[in-house]
Design a protein around this ligand. Structure first.
Ligand SMILES: NC(=O)c1ccc[n+]([C@@H]2O[C@H](COP(=O)([O-])OP(=O)(O)OC[C@H]3O[C@@H](n4cnc5c(N)ncnc54)[C@H](O)[C@@H]3O)[C@@H](O)[C@H]2O)c1
Length: 332
């Protein structure tokens, strides 16, 4: 199969590309290599995928929020299915730079929908986020829950993506799966996320900022489990049979949580990083940050039932793997 992956230089895009290439698919990866975090990390990810993918991988530097550029870049290329992971990520940055979210997550998502429609793509899998649940207090979060009260613009754009996708599934019968990712971590991860920030600070003897005094819980999902779920979704387009899908659509559009189904204390994460680094953290307790949620916890019953998804990596295994990669990558 020929798969288009957007956000291919990103953390999850890199790992999905590697998995699909390993099973023999062809991958076209696009990314605008923006400087939200160090561009060298994105280039290094692309170089690794290119080295492993050989002739079956093609990377194109392109901004998918520019529809003319997107269409020109992909002109003449075969694409069977699409995994749309490219986005402006990060809850906190959406307070500083809201327009980046409108461009990549709203205009960009529409452009990918139009691309999928024009190409009669057999399936579009796209990234949503656990942040759509906002401050929901009923745990674990279920795809049937109402998600009308986002706490950040990032979350609002992800919910808007789900709504735009629903209209395309209804109007054009475009088969789609939306995946609400829950705090993904692992080797080649993101420098703006807690695991990276804490590991970096601990190894360098700097203090770490522990928000809400450490009273936070997250459902941490290891990257290999995420990729297994994304590929399972890719291989099972929802059928256009009028039956209700996960998330409630009667069009060919399913929405799933993809998490580890364990809500971990932030302090446990820090303990595990300290153990893996062999050094204690200097913890500075800080108040809750605007836009953040106190707890996430995924009900994964729907994705387990429909796609056989079963995460297998506990953070006690995944965190040391990240720390080993981090030390190796930085030579520290
Ligand atoms: N990592 C997580 O914990 C997590 C959690 C929830 C949702 N998500 C979602 O999963 C997806 C992938 O996340 P990630 O962690 O790999 O993030 P990432 O930032 O590492 O990857 C996203 C990539 O998209 C690219 N991009 C952004 N705007 C673009 C544009 N206009 N044109 C082309 N490329 C563009 C960026 O350059 C980046 O390489 C995103 O949609 C994100 O919102 C991630």
């Amino acid at each position: 199969m020929a798969i288009l992956i957007t956000g291919a230089a990103g953390f999850i895009g890199m790992h999905c590309s590697l998995r699909l290439l390993a099973r023999g698919d062809r991958v076209v990866g696009i990314d605008n290599l923006n400087d939200y975090y160090p561009v060298q990390l994105k280039r290094d990810r692309v170089a690794k995928v290119a080295a492993e993918g050989g002739g079956r991988y093609r990377f194109i530097h392109c901004d998918f929020a520019d529809h003319a550029a997107l269409e020109a870049a992909l002109d003449g290329l075969e694409i069977d299915r699409i995994i749309h992971l490219g986005a402006q990520a990060g809850v906190r940055y959406s307070i500083e730079n809201p327009r980046a979210y409108a461009q990549s997550n709203l205009v960009g998502h529409l452009n990918i929908l139009e691309l999928a429609r024009g190409r009669r793509s057999a399936h579009l899998v796209y990234a949503s986020s656990s942040s759509v649940y906002g401050g929901n207090e009923t745990l674990p979060f279920r795809v049937e829950d109402r998600v009308d009260h986002p706490l950040s613009l990032y979350a609002a754009t992800k919910k808007a993506d789900e709504l735009m996708s629903e209209t395309y599934a209804h109007l054009y019968r475009l088969s789609q799966t939306g995946l609400r990712f829950f705090t993904v971590y692992g080797p080649w991860g993101r420098p703006d996320m807690a695991l990276w920030l804490f590991t970096d600070a601990i190894l360098k003897g700097r203090p770490i900022s522990v928000f809400n005094g450490g009273e936070m819980r997250r459902d941490f999902t290891y990257i290999d489990d995420i990729v297994t779920g994304v590929v399972a979704a890719l291989d099972h387009p929802p059928s256009d049979d009028g039956q209700a899908k996960a998330g409630g659509s009667v069009s060919p559009h399913a929405v799933y949580n993809i998490g580890n189904h364990r809500s971990e204390e932030l302090t446990r994460l820090i303990d595990l990083i300290e153990a893996a680094c062999g050094r204690p953290a200097i913890r500075e307790l800080k108040p809750m940050q605007p836009g953040d949620v106190r707890e996430t916890f995924a009900d994964i019953g729907a994705i387990e039932r429909d796609l056989g998804f079963r995460p297998t990596t506990d953070i006690s295994e995944g965190v040391p793997r990240f720390v080993d990669w981090f030390r190796d990558y930085h030579g520290i």
